[in-house]
Design a protein around this ligand. Structure first.
Ligand code: GTP
Ligand code: MG
Length: 388
């Protein structure tokens, strides 16, 4: 059987290819319609030349943002579609050509077609109401709309709080899932370290028994994070490892036990359906060990996968109840805008973002902080240009 989740080539030519094609079709169709002042007909060639949008979309380099870890982690994304937006609006008239450029940048920015459409519509509406006179106001409107998308998803769920461990009673069980290589084990190490630093007793469960080196890797992270580890032999049923861990963490009369259990899982099995069945079984078995657990199930996604991360998330979400997303490797990609698509299309809150390989390189996700890190310099630069 073809394993869609683990075939980068298939995913690249499948989901991303389809997304790119969709983007090209939507942009081409809309551009054709805009230039003729009529509705686009599918398959019809655009009447307008490519040149204006391409010229308008030239990126203006933004200075590196080193004043915050998140700002530095978002540098590549800022130099990507945000710098293109900045180049588009700076010192320009707001006219149909600018809107066409805006459309092209948004539809190719890895934010997802639905999100791009929503942002664009919002700018069009505000332009129609004559609320946006200047380029800087267009950027500010995009920032605000992006914040609303992120905030709406965050508001739909109770906020994630490390102190929640105390309310829930011990142990607080967090299950992590996601395809191989996205950063699950690294994220577990980083999260465990945060709880340890807060004085909690943390235990990692090495539920990836499929890969020989997986438990060793988790062992290294357990040492760094001052966490205990429960592991089984290679090939052991992962459910039994996680069950043992939850039982071991339970409060004991002698005051033993742990506050938090974080379970690692395999990112790859023989087939996608094997993986999903295993994850479902791990959840069931956790519930046998402690009926109200797992308290959170985090899906770890790799931002460098762009639109494919959304496709992966959709598959996982169908199989397992996901309560939060951790988006890793923001530091290594210009595709950080995917966070908007994830929130808009999946409706699951992003809880943490990974901005590097080190133990401290995990940030709690804050919509306001995120959109500020992304847009503020571009807005300031546009305002400066308008004053000059
Ligand atoms: N730059 C960067 N690298 C990261 C980040 N998070 C994880 N990585 C790297 O990504 C690689 C894979 O991370 P792992 O934690 O092993 O991924 P995994 O999901 O556990 O992979 P499997 O165990 O194979 O399923 C490692 O080299 C990590 O150092 C991040 O936020 N930024
Ligand atoms: Mg791993």
């Amino acid at each position: 059987m073809t394993d869609l989740l683990h075939s980068p080539a298939l995913l690249a030519t499948g989901a991303a290819g389809a997304a790119a094609l969709l983007v090209a079709l939507v942009v081409a169709a809309r551009r054709g319609a805009a230039s003729r002042g009529e509705e686009a007909r599918p398959g019809e060639a655009p009447a307008e030349a490519e040149a204006p949008a391409a010229k308008l979309g030239t990126a203006l380099a933004l200075p590196k943002k080193r004043d915050s870890i998140l700002g530095a982690g978002l540098d590549k994304t800022r130099q990507g579609f945000v710098a293109r937006l900045s180049g588009l609006v700076r010192g320009k008239q707001i006219d149909e050509a600018l809107l066409t450029g805006l459309e092209e940048i948004l539809f190719t920015a890895d934010i997802g077609a639905r999100t791009a459409e929503r942002l664009l519509q919002r700018v069009r509406d505000r332009l129609a109401r004559k609320e946006l006179q200047r380029g800087s106001a267009v950027l500010a409107a995009l920032k605000e709309e992006a914040r609303l998308i992120l905030q709406r998803t965050a508001d739909a769920a109770a906020p994630f709080d490390f102190a929640k461990v105390e309310e829930i009673g011990r142990p607080f069980v967090l299950l992590t899932i996601g395809v191989n290589g996205v950063g699950k084990t690294t994220t577990i190490g980083k999260l465990g370290a945060k709880w340890s630093q807060a004085g909690k007793k943390v235990l990692f469960a090495a539920g990836d028994t499929f890969r020989a080196a997986a438990a060793e890797q988790l062992q290294i992270w357990a040492e760094r994070a001052h966490a205990e580890l429960v592991r089984g032999k290679e090939g052991t049923d992962p459910s039994s490892v996680v069950f043992d861990a939850v039982k071991k963490a339970a409060p004991r009369p002698d005051g033993g036990g742990c506050d938090v259990v974080i379970a690692d899982t395999a990112g790859r099995l023989h087939t996608k359906s094997d993986l999903m069945q295993e994850l479902q079984k791990v959840r069931r078995v956790i519930q046998k060990a402690q009926p109200d657990a797992p308290h959170e199930t985090f899906l770890v996604l790799d931002a460098t996968n762009g639109q494919n991360a959304i496709a992966q998330a959709t598959l996982f979400k169908e199989a397992v109840a996901v309560t939060g997303i951790v988006l890793t490797k923001l530091d290594g990609t210009a595709k950080g805008g995917v966070v908007l698509g994830i929130c808009e299309e999946l409706g699951v809150p992003v809880r943490f973002v990974g901005v590097g390989e080190k133990i401290d390189d995990l940030r709690a996700f804050d919509p306001e902080e995120f959109v500020s890190a992304l847009f503020d310099e571009a807005i300031a630069a546009a305002e400066d240009a308008e004053r000059a």
